[in-house]
Design a protein around this ligand. Sequence first.
Ligand code: NAG
Ligand code: NAG
Ligand code: NAG
Length: 507
Amino acid sequence: MEVFVLAVWLCVVTAELAQDLAHIEDFIQQKRYLLKKKYRPMYHISAPVGWLNDPNGFIFFKRQYHIFYQYHPYNGAWGPIHWGHVISDNLVDWAFYPPALVPKDHYDKHGCLSGSAVIHNSYLTLFYTGHVLSNNKTFQTQNVAISADGIIFQKYLYNPIIRDGPFGNADFRNPKVWRFRNSWYMLIGTSRLQEAYLLLYTSADLFNWKLNGTIAKSYGDMGYMWESPDFFEIDGFTVLILSVQGIQGDGHRFRNLYQTGYVIGNFNYQSGQFEDLEISTATFNELDYGHDFYAAKTMQSVDGRRLLVAWLGMWESEFEESNDGWASMLTLVRELKLTFQGKLLMTPVREIVELRAEVLEDAWYSPGEAFYAGSRAFEMLVNSSTVMYDAAIILEWSGERQYTIAFSSERGYVSVDRGGVDGVRRADWLPVTHIHWRIFVDYSSIEVFCGTGEVVFSSRIYPRKSMRIRIAGDTQLHVTQYRLRRSVGYDNKLRKQLKNHVINRYH
Ligand SMILES: *[C@@H]1O[C@H](CO)[C@@H](O)[C@H](O)[C@H]1NC(C)=O
Ligand SMILES: *[C@@H]1O[C@H](CO)[C@@H](O)[C@H](O)[C@H]1NC(C)=O
Ligand SMILES: *[C@@H]1O[C@H](CO)[C@@H](O)[C@H](O)[C@H]1NC(C)=O
């Protein structure tokens, strides 16, 4: 069946080509990359121009890392969503590629929403949600697109592969596909009567899918919709990541509009269920405690590391840059580790040190001392020699605006405050010997990794110029600061190659 379908599909590729390659030609010509705008990051993935949200289909294919992302190329706001595409050899340097999916078919004409990728028979295969608005109603269906070269994707002739959700098609999205033994599995988030459901589908061939059942639902305290499921094994346990809409804030937990977090359990493939796991606000842990973090996606690297990337953004936040024709960015790629206590640790992927260009500071500072940051794209390692005293570091700009990172020794927590309404985020943190903060600033973003990754805060900030860094708290801090280089952009050589590749292969 599968081989037959592929053969039919390949014949049709050539016939439909002229129209299909318009977006590739457009990419080869375009010079619209917005380099010089005031808040543009240098080493975080953002769209070359236009809007970006969730990462999609994070995968390693033909010796390169691929990240796709929700992309609206025409302005700095959400609109008919494409899949943007970046490729890297080393998880640090990313080059823009032509959009992989363009919303123009009857089943996806108002958007190619988030999904995932797998490799099968040497084809890079994307699963995504087609989004259509008709008579004021939303229709979401699951679809597939395939590529032999990892650059030019062809939508499957018989899309959608899943047409009808069991509770209708209004909220029925974000397929996460993986293989276990001889079967393919797919998770999809959906909603019924204000409750979130996670559906499991199975397939023998990636094209024909059967609903197996509901593997979890929200039962009141876990919101009304679960988006962007991710599912993987780590150290013999199963991790399920969900991006949840509708959890009530609870003290310092769940302070953002929507929350991305995880549960850990054991998935039983015989029953198609988790064993002894109830998904509730008691078992669901936030992955990142910052203001801007959503829709995390993971993959396994060749050397076995579990890597994660997420949207460094949140719905309904201000996106000051959208007036400049672009919006938002992804987080740095991170590595996940599981502790014996069943918590995930999250640290920047080790390759990130390749961004270091120059040491700007390397000294002990006392409370009250300050220095100028020297760059708007930097990494800073901050250590104390003790956990007996409160520690704090303040990044300040334009007089009154500032971002504060503080450790409370007595109460055992770490907090950040970016000012403004609802500026504080806080998490329990009990370092044993000394405080260690690893801070990444990239023009309009900040990521703070605490200790060995127990607590992470990711947020957007909008400094108009270079920062001043002031030590506060009650203890000395050692600061090492590096200027970081640019690592995301167009590669002109690559565009030339792409041009030849398209001409040779498809004309
Ligand atoms: C669509 O739905 C919205 C909200 O329910 C309503 O305000 C609007 O009038 C509807 N439009 C049409 C064309 O039915
Ligand atoms: C779900 O899949 C499992 C095997 O993974 C099977 O044992 C079970 O019968 C399936 N349930 C349904 C409703 O198909
Ligand atoms: C800071 O702390 C980290 C993590 O504990 C450690 O690896 C590093 O050597 C320390 N650096 C300095 C300058 O003390």
